[in-house]
Design a protein around this ligand. Structure first.
Ligand SMILES: [Zn+2]
Length: 65
């Protein structure tokens, strides 16, 4: 359908996962938390994905050194 990279935004408090374009992640998280959780830090990027990104970054560091 669309080729924009979609990032899963997870909110455990709501039990929801929403895929949004990378450029919308910060806004989506901020809006969700402010609307539904009084600004509490509930929603965020899927922790599994964060770990994958960290692993990729680590691989790059190893290749360059
Ligand atoms: Zn929520």
């Amino acid at each position: 359908m669309d080729e924009a990279p979609a990032v899963p935004v997870v909110c455990e408090a709501c039990g929801t996962t929403t895929r949004v374009p990378l450029s919308e992640v910060a806004n989506t998280v901020a809006r969700h938390n402010s609307r539904l959780h009084d600004g509490a830090d509930e929603a965020g990027v899927d922790p599994t994905l964060v770990e994958q990104i960290r692993d990729l970054a680590a691989d790059d560091l190893i290749e360059e050194s």
